[in-house]
Write a new protein. Structure first.
Length: 288
């Protein structure tokens, strides 16, 4: 398979997880042309691990971020992704991949997901499905089929160019696919392509705080209030029962109470809300 792709990975204090993630990349049957790893002011051994990897593999490039040393880091390191994107000419690659430093996947993961793009020329963004370990069992982090998972997202280069790259705000991993769908691209995850997420999404600062943040992000990007209420109620029936849904909706309401700023592109917000209402009414929607 003649595919050229570049990986971008922001990491901060990932000494426990990143070596396993790196091995997943190194073992791939289709290896990246370039892997840019951004050390986002780590205070543990992460920097040393990255430096050693770069010495062993000439396709690994490192960036030591010093831009945001005294500011609060956005969850997932999205505020530093631009440092990697600036070093990539989209036209030089078939795919650009945004990956966290705490995921594991099979050696043929990229080979198989690239085949999905070959089978569907309209596919613009794709991912596998994330699983986390709970009670010694792997549990799926459930999401709509159109939602591609932030910890490991594969972008066709032309699609990433069409949507104008990635924003640096939280909620980026919904806004990118909404933009793509508006432009006629398809986005989806594939449940047969499993990604092991070594930490549940947004759990690095605590599970309940993660739910609060998810709710606040939903407020920021403009989720319809009714859709958000139903989402929170549904969350009450999933672990952690009741309290997860309460915290999720509390984060959403917190945005209203603070009159916090919201994502400014009304076309994207209106399109998203239309799709959410269609889902509620049982009409055709990307929210499947």
């Amino acid at each position: 398979m003649s595919i050229k792709y570049a990986l971008i990975t922001p990491v901060k204090n990932e000494e426990l997880f990143f070596p396993k993630c790196a091995q997943s990349v190194i073992d791939q049957t289709v290896k990246p042309e370039k892997w840019i790893i951004i050390n986002d002011n780590s205070t543990d051994r992460t920097g040393d691990i990255i430096s050693n990897l770069a010495k062993q593999h000439n396709w690994i490039e490192t960036i030591n971020n010093k831009e945001l040393i005294n500011t609060k880091r956005r969850i997932g390191g999205q505020a530093v992704i631009h440092l990697g994107l600036q070093r990539i000419n989209f036209g030089d690659y078939d795919f650009i991949i945004r990956m966290d430093g705490d995921v594991l996947f099979e050696p043929d993961f990229f080979q198989k997901i690239f085949q999905k793009f070959e089978q569907n020329p309209d596919l613009g963004i794709a991912s596998g499905v994330c699983y986390v370990e709970e009670d010694n069992k792997l549990m799926e982090e459930k999401n709509p089929n159109f939602h591609t998972r932030g910890p490991l997202k594969i972008y066709k280069s032309k699609c990433l160019h069409d949507i104008g790259g990635l924003i640096q705000e939280e909620g980026w991993d919904t806004i990118d696919e909404i933009k793509a769908n508006m432009l006629g691209w398809e986005t989806r995850n594939f449940d047969e392509l499993r990604v092991i997420h070594l930490r549940r999404t947004q759990s690095a600062s605590g599970a309940l705080r993660g739910f609060l943040n998810q709710g606040y992000v939903a407020y920021f990007i403009g989720y319809h209030p009714l859709f958000m209420l139903l989402r929170a109620i549904r969350k009450m029936f999933i672990r952690p029962f009741i309290i997860g849904g309460i915290y999720l909706y509390a984060g959403y309401l917190h945005g209203f109470i603070k009159r916090a700023p919201r994502f400014e592109d009304k076309k994207i917000t209106n399109y998203m809300r239309e799709q959410q209402i269609n889902k509620i009414l049982g009409k055709e929607s990307i929210w499947k």
